[in-house]
Design a protein around this ligand. Sequence first.
Ligand SMILES: [Zn+2]
Length: 448
Amino acid sequence: MEIEIATIGGYEAVGRQMTAVRAGNDVVIFDMGLNLSKVLIHDNVETERMHSLDLIDMGAIPDDRVMSELEGDVKAIVPTHGHLDHIGAISKLAHRYDAPIVATPYTIELVKGQLEGEQKFGVDNDLVTMSGGESMEIGDGVELEFVHVTHSIIDAINPVLHTPEGAIVYGLDKRIDHDPVLEDPFDMKRFREIGREGEGVLCYIEDTTNAVKKGRTPSESIARHHLRDTLKSMEDYTGGIVATTFSSHISRVSSLVEFAKEIGRQPILLGRSMEHYSGAAERMGYVDFPDNLGMFGHRKSVDRAFKRIMNEGKGNFLPIVTGHQGEPRAMLTRMGRGETPFELEDGDKVIFSARIIPEPTNEGQRYQAEQLLQMQGARIYDEIHVSGHLSQEGHYQMLDALQPQNVIPAHQSMEGYAPYVELAEGMGYDVGRDLHVTRNGNRIQLVE
Ligand SMILES: [Zn+2]
């Protein structure tokens, strides 16, 4: 059976992930993501109204024109998890393919949110849910399996396409977490089995985001302990405490909510995306928030909540807000500019349960936001966080478990690939032979 991989997006920078695998006449697409930084540098761009080709020209969504060179039929579109760089282009591209979107329940829920906001295209692909540990038939001798992984969003999987020539493992995005906060541990046992079964692994496509980092990425439970210790240190403080984290990081949000209660404060989630991600997780039963948890998205209701906090005393509440990257329109930045009813005073605490995404726009915006907060006397607690991506020893473990015949590094720039290439070369792989460093828009024929 002919096996071919099209590296469509996310092979030159982090963002706008998209890869297609062809096994004989059956094609499966993995991820259809957005590169948000390419959108945000333009003022007042409303992607909801924009045409795909304009967004492709901006570098915001994958250039899927290479798909016309692939023979066979697309049988499924498979987003691996709900981060925007993996699902954000579905509303712009999926309608071009007569295929269902297959993902885990929480990811499907977030895809639905994307499709509801779309104003240019009518996307009516079937939405099919499949959980980690489950499989479905794609074609003759071709099967799709979801392996449960741990990442900075719940319900993430690595899809595996089983073919008569061996398995194709699509390894974006994950860390190996044996003690995660809201869900099951990483399914290493299944990856080891896949490495030994049948024809073994023909190809492994890997998330190389953190390949430059030595050692292994710690568990989410480490960030949870760090967070609890930090909040405990503030237990006697009677003024304002504000926390921010990734809205989509439900495990982290739930830890913040829990520890707010422990120090005698009422947690309140504020901001549109906080309400969006946490609301979906609560509705679907992934998390059990306390009954009195306030959750407000719209500007007016957020301002009302802030007024209530000021009236009843800042010391009774822990607002958990958007703005961990210093995004100009996010809640925390507005608080820094004094645009909300919440008044910061000398000694008030601001907790960033996040790391700055290393990208010049974020770095500048985050710097500005922190300056604005500090000018009002806020004390900053930074980097109470662990990464969602594998470091070097995690990469070593995955290659050791899967023993893939071919490896394709992804989710990075050329510079970012270098440490992964060195690691893989140290394990016997060779660039140009079985280690395929590639760019967007290429096709790699693995079996002719
Ligand atoms: Zn991700």
